[in-house]
Design a protein. Structure first.
Length: 415
């Protein structure tokens, strides 16, 4: 059992307050976007003696990740946990399948594109499904919305361009129409694009004002709001903000077609390969297959690869990809999406009780979310408070938790 020192990444979209408050530190001069808890070679956690966690796993795979995980994934930690703090929208992006990641990585290696180069898309040969668990209200866009609902929302803008797009969405097969529409959107540039985004921003402000004005003097709505009206109101606010921040980015247009997802604290959503998404605000714990493969289409100054995104994205409409946990026992929730690399337990030990025999084998990381929790194994105990993390290897055996707090425990699922 090792106490970890974890690196943070200062991406421009990060919050200046969430992570410092979480780690009980004074805010710095710039944003802090992500804290990485794991063994990804891009920013591995450090053990107390300064050893990198990925090096320790590579040197002692059976004691750290254990025989089952080593046989499936090799001498590496197959998952990565992040504390993610977004104050501004992340890039509009998608993650590849395992097969496409292997192919893309091999192609870029053969082409001699250095790892970390601005135009490098595939940093490793692995896929990156991910689950975000909200610690605060958390907002994002994820997956293409039902086309009929998108058409109805577009008509609320009161713009000829939006009306014409709504007719196209209602007339053709959803997958082919969305693919064609998104390709056209992402091909736009120059003055026509800037003019259109400005029009959309102005129309969004007017539509939002109309939405707020339809209230009774008592504050009640004149009529019950439909799901289209509710999501439309969120889309108006989002579009107005994005149009102001990204006046010449075609990604703003694509966001009109995506589900707007709002998570309350304690809720989660799961994003599989091919799901176009962008987080917009909030603080949460993200667990994913250990990969840094991101293909971007907009809302970012980073490298954008539209042809690759159009090739690997799924244009099949889906509902908001919320993911419900399973109640394992009192005080223990398990988020177990259909992937082999990770499952996430959120544990809040009932007062005065032990949570015993949790995640008996394999590699585990434990991140304290609230309060103080003591982690017990056969070899000893370690107390962690909010913002601090531990790594437990297979050799540590079963885990027992006690205390007054809440932790996120990531592990390789038994199945």
């Amino acid at each position: 059992m090792y106490r970890l020192t974890c690196a943070t990444r200062p991406y421009a979209w990060g919050s200046r307050t969430h992570l410092p408050r979480f780690r009980d530190e004074e805010p710095g001069d710039g944003p802090q976007a992500e804290m990485w808890i794991g063994a990804h070679p891009g920013d591995p956690s450090l053990l107390p003696d300064g050893t990198r966690l990925d090096d320790r796993i590579r040197e002692h795979p059976l004691a750290t990740v254990g025989p089952a995980s080593a046989e499936l994934f090799g001498p590496r930690l197959p998952f990565l946990v992040k504390a993610l703090a977004a104050a501004e929208p992340l890039s509009l992006q998608v993650h590849p399948t395992s097969e496409r990641a292997r192919i893309g990585y091999a192609e870029e290696e053969a082409a001699g594109i250095p790892l970390g180069a601005p135009n490098r898309r595939y940093q490793d040969p692995f896929h990156k499904p991910e689950l975000i668990y909200a610690l605060t209200r958390f907002e994002g866009m994820a997956g293409f919305r039902d086309t009929e609902k998108s058409a109805a929302i577009l008509r609320l803008f009161g713009l000829p361009w939006a009306d014409e797009l709504s007719w196209r969405l209602e007339d053709g097969p959803a997958y082919q129409t969305l693919h064609a529409v998104v390709a056209e959107m992402l091909a736009m540039s120059g003055d026509p694009l800037r003019d259109l985004i400005a029009q959309l921003g102005d129309a969004a402000v007017r539509a939002e004002e109309r939405s707020h004005s339809t209230r009774m003097p008592s504050g009640r709505r004149y009529r019950e709001r439909t799901s289209v009206e509710r999501e439309g109101t969120r889309v108006f606010a989002q579009t107005a903000a994005l149009a102001k921040r990204y006046p010449d980015d075609p990604g703003v247009l694509v966001t009109l077609l995506l589900n707007h997802v709002v998570l309350a604290p304690g809720e989660a959503m799961f994003l599989d390969a091919g799901v176009v998404h962008a987080y917009t605000s909030g603080f949460g714990v993200e667990v994913m297959a250990s990969s840094d493969n991101v293909v971007r289409a907009g809302l970012t100054p980073k490298y954008v690869d539209v042809p690759e995104l159009l090739d690997i994205a799924s244009f099949t409409p889906i509902p908001p990809p919320l993911w419900e946990p399973t109640l394992v026992r009192r005080g223990v929730l398990c988020f177990d999406p259909p992937v082999t690399e990770f499952a996430l337990f959120v544990v809040e030990p009932p007062e005065g009780e032990l949570v015993e025999q949790l995640a008996d084998t394999g590699p585990r990381t434990v991140l304290a979310l609230d309060g103080t929790v003591t982690v017990h194994t056969a070899a000893g105990s370690s107390e962690i408070s909010r913002g601090h993390a531990l790594f437990l290897g297979d050799a540590d055996g079963p885990v027992t938790l006690s205390g007054q707090g809440r932790v996120a425990l990531a592990t390789v699922p038994a199945h």
